[in-house]
Design a protein around this ligand. Structure first.
Ligand code: 2HA
Ligand code: ZN
Length: 263
């Protein structure tokens, strides 16, 4: 037992996904981050806890998430450690009432992820939309990042269409495809802003030459989106390494899936 049944369930899901990211080879050293909005899981003990940090500036004003609570992977912490010891490698933060600062309220002084501006901006958007999405994930999938080094794949929807055409599940389970954010410094506000712009159309965004981030109702679903895209990239890569260009499903076959799955 960490805190209470509801919050423990979310923390266990985060630990489960952190383990998958490590096993997949997508999370070298401290690579990647996970943040989940846990406001609904916070009990009175946590709500009334005295913060263990000063007020720390987010760098942006995010009015929709003021007063909300988030579980975040800690900065410089390893996914493989988050998988085994979530409370030592993650942090619980509360957004201050000005929407511009946060405080750490967990027992251990773990500073949240270096990608906090991007992550909290994504949560701010998710709350604004009212879709019930609670989770954001950023990771470094080898296959997808490799593809982002080819300018052809950075043109709008070229990569989505190619990946959809590799295997029906990708079209069905990642229906919006993948948006592209041009290279920006990791952890920067500009990266946060270009990510938000892409999320108007997509639930998954490629960070050129860096990684991928995704949002979803919970952390397992956010992970699944990246996993199905990575599977499609693997099929493409495997065909290319066998020295042929894969045919891909036809436009008619993709259209049929769209109709059957009501995408
Ligand atoms: O947190 O992956 O982009 C480590 C990273 C930063
Ligand atoms: Zn990264």
């Amino acid at each position: 037992m960490y805190y209470n049944d509801k919050l423990d369930k979310v923390i266990n899901e985060i630990a489960e996904v952190a383990g998958y990211l490590w096993e997949k080879g997508w999370a070298e050293r401290n690579g990647g981050n996970i943040t989940v909005n846990i406001t609904n899981e916070i009990d009175d003990t946590l709500r009334t806890k005295t913060p263990i940090s000063d007020r720390i500036a987010i760098g942006e004003v995010l009015p929709n998430i003021k007063g909300m609570f988030f579980f975040c992977k800690g900065t410089n912490k390893r996914m493989r450690d988050l998988a085994r010891h979530p409370l030592d490698n993650g942090s619980i933060i509360r957004i201050c009432n000005d929407g511009a600062h946060y405080e750490i309220i967990a027992d251990k002084p773990v500073k949240p992820t270096s990608e906090l501006p991007a992550h909290l901006s994504m949560h701010n958007l998710m709350v604004e939309r009212g879709t019930g999405y609670k989770a954001a994930i950023h990771t470094h999938p080898i296959d997808l990042v490799a593809m982002s080094h080819n300018p052809v794949f950075l043109e709008k929807d070229v990569l989505s269409k190619l990946l959809w055409s590799m295997i029906p599940e990708t079209r069905a389970f990642c229906p919006k495809g993948i948006g592209i954010a041009s290279y920006e410094l990791p952890g920067s506000l500009t990266l946060a802003k270009s990510t938000i712009a892409q999320l108007n159309e997509y639930d998954v965004v490629m960070w050129e030459k860096h990684g991928v981030c995704a949002i979803g109702p919970d952390i397992l679903e956010a992970f699944d989106q990246i996993d199905v895209l990575s599977k499609a990239a693997q099929i493409y890569l495997t065909a290319r390494s066998m020295q042929f260009i894969p045919t891909g499903m036809s436009d008619e076959q993709l259209q049929e899936l769209k109709e059957v799955f009501k995408l």
